[in-house]
Design a protein around this ligand. Structure first.
Ligand SMILES: CC(C)(COP(=O)(O)OP(=O)(O)OC[C@H]1O[C@@H](n2cnc3c(N)ncnc32)[C@H](O)[C@@H]1OP(=O)(O)O)[C@@H](O)C(=O)NCCC(=O)NCCS
Length: 205
């Protein structure tokens, strides 16, 4: 897939891209918070090693990796069965390549990868403004609960896929690696800050 701007292509990441992906995640998240950037990069390295990786796509500008998205496994704890599902995280574009549609193309690629896997849904935690414009809905509107009450309702979002049936709702469960990194939700003071922000910008539907 190509994206707006000169010579940017999306392709599946390979094992050889691991170091570049790490650099891209650190550059993207580190622009605001270097400590958070290290945490996200460390989490992603461990998700990759955990056996729960489903897809990984990089955006390449010439021979430079400028963007990355990861898709990994979670589950829906439905009444009838525990179901495999997908989650999108992390999403990164290096600062000097932002605003060119790369993030949007990577989100589309992640949803496309999840769709090809045939599961019921792809989830994420993130900005409702950014992801809402890119096809994601509030997950609670579809009967899904976040893995932790520490995820603001407006931030927990979903794209329901072709494999979904009406009974496939319930709590979403994250693999152990997310808990080991304490990444299944937010903690105060960030949690309280975002809850206040979302209550104003994205009131309950
Ligand atoms: C969010 C991010 C991936 C977007 O990448 P990009 O290549 O600039 O994306 P695009 O060019 O397709 O789209 C730009 C959009 O990103 C929005 N954006 C940039 N930073 C954002 C942020 N921190 N939160 C929400 N939206 C953001 C812009 O407002 C613009 O939105 P609009 O087109 O709906 O008006 C990039 O800014 C980034 O890597 N940020 C740091 C890491 C991060 O926050 N990742 C997402 C975690 S949920």
């Amino acid at each position: 897939m190509s994206v707006p701007g000169p010579a940017v292509e999306l392709r599946a990441a390979t094992a050889d891209d691991a170091r570049e992906v790490d650099r891209v995640i650190c550059a993207a998240f580190g622009a605001e918070d270097p400590v958070e950037a290290d945490k996200v990069a460390g989490l992603w390295t461990d998700v990759r090693a955990s056996g729960h990786l489903l897809a990984e796509v990089v955006a390449v500008d010439g021979d430079r990796v400028v963007g990355h998205v990861g898709v990994s496994r979670c589950w829906i704890d439905a009444r009838r069965a525990l179901l495999d599902a997908a989650m999108l995280s992390p999403l990164s574009t290096v600062p000097d390549a932002q605003g060119r549609g790369i993030g949007t193309a990577l989100v589309a690629a992640a949803v496309g990868a999840a769709r090809e896997l045939g599961g019921p849904a792809i989830f994420l935690q993130g900005s409702p403004t950014f992801y809402g414009r890119r096809g994601f809905d509030r997950a609670s509107d579809h009967g899904f609960e976040a893995p932790s009450r520490r995820t603001p309702d407006a931030a927990f979002q979903v794209v329901v896929l072709d494999g979904f049936e009406d009974w496939m709702t319930g709590r979403v469960v994250y693999p152990e690696v997310w808990w080991r990194h304490d990444a299944a939700g937010l903690r105060d003071p960030d949690l309280a800050f975002l809850e206040d922000l979302f209550a104003r910008e994205h009131p309950p539907t």
